[in-house]
Design a protein around this ligand. Structure first.
Ligand code: C2E
Ligand code: MG
Ligand code: MG
Length: 265
């Protein structure tokens, strides 16, 4: 109950922060994007992870406000990065199904206008639930986002109850292979097959692909070998405050690590 009261005040008290996790193209060594992940700096409980407050925010009707704050903050920080001359092609922002409505779409347009961020530098991570909703208002919202020119990614791809038909209905940009598949890949041949199928599908549909939760060399090798070159995981970096991520964006930052991985040392 107190957490609920506290969360209602978190935005005005400036207690929310975004951490960023780079997405590395291991073929080129370039950081191709970063995912913005929200944290709550609670004055007494310290850093609260999203699994503890995002569901709460959804439950008490605060997810819209939290989501709007995160969207605006990510866009502001992207523009600030550009002004510093630091290269980051795009930022990904998570969107909850419960915040996905007309008001949110209007906010996206407004934030892009106000910050001047190029729409193609903003990617929204949607869930399969949003894609499957099928109501006219959701379809209209998706079409508006596409018209705005922002990129659309499907988070946790393959974990929801969904048909694949939305993949041909909407011009998407990216699929994210869920961490649960990546984790299970080397223990279960079914999971490995699923990952291969997702890779093949993304390739033939010309979708970008990001593998989530890459932690070790075996996972890295398997994915690389089968053509999934973009990695987001602890292997390369945990999510970090913007200031701590900046050095990782320097050209060549990951070169030695990638070379070592290739040479097998
Ligand atoms: P997600 O969008 O699927 O984000 C990926 C999660 O996997 C992040 O957890 C990230 O820290 C974690 N992760 C990445 N690489 C590794 C790895 O190698 N090993 C392990 N064990 N974990 C890894 P995080 O930051 O705790 O976020 C959890 C979920 O909370 C996110 O899952 C997303 O669904 C939600 N979330 C976070 N920020 C926001 C937000 O601003 N808005 C909304 N609506 N949801 C958010
Ligand atoms: Mg995500
Ligand atoms: Mg995910």
């Amino acid at each position: 109950l107190t957490l609920e009261t506290d969360l209602r005040r978190a935005i005005e008290r400036d207690e929310l922060v975004l951490h960023y996790q780079p997405q590395l193209d291991t073929l080129t060594g370039k950081v191709v994007g970063a995912e913005a992940l929200m944290r709550w700096e609670h004055p007494e409980h310290g850093l609260v992870p999203p699994f503890k407050f995002i569901p709460l925010a959804e439950e008490i009707g605060l997810i819209g406000a939290l989501g709007e704050w995160g969207l605006a903050e990510a866009c502001r920080q992207m523009v600030a990065l550009q002004a510093e001359g630091i290269e980051l092609p795009k930022v990904s922002v998570n969107v909850s199904a419960l915040q996905f409505n007309r008001r949110f779409i209007e906010r996206v347009a407004q934030v892009l206008r106000e910050t001047g961020l190029r729409p193609s530098r903003l990617e929204l991570e949607l869930t399969e639930g949003i894609m499957m909703d099928g109501t006219p208002s959701t379809i209209e919202a998706l079409d508006s986002l596409i018209d705005l020119g922002v990129k659309l990614s499907i988070d946790d791809f393959g974990t929801g109850y969904s048909s694949l038909s939305y993949l041909s209905r909407f011009p998407l940009d990216e699929l994210k292979i869920d961490r649960s598949f990546v984790v299970a890949m080397d223990k279960s041949s079914n999971d490995a097959s699923l990952v291969l199928a997702i890779i093949a599908m993304a390739r033939s549909m010309k979708l970008d692909l990001v593998a989530e939760g890459v932690e070790d060399r075996e996972q890295y090798r398997f994915l690389r070998q089968h053509g999934a070159s973009v990695s987001q995981g602890y292997m390369f970096s945990k999510p970090l405050p913007m200031d701590e991520m900046k050095p990782l964006l320097a050209p060549g930052h990951f070169r030695d690590q990638l070379q070592q991985l290739e040479s097998g040392s």
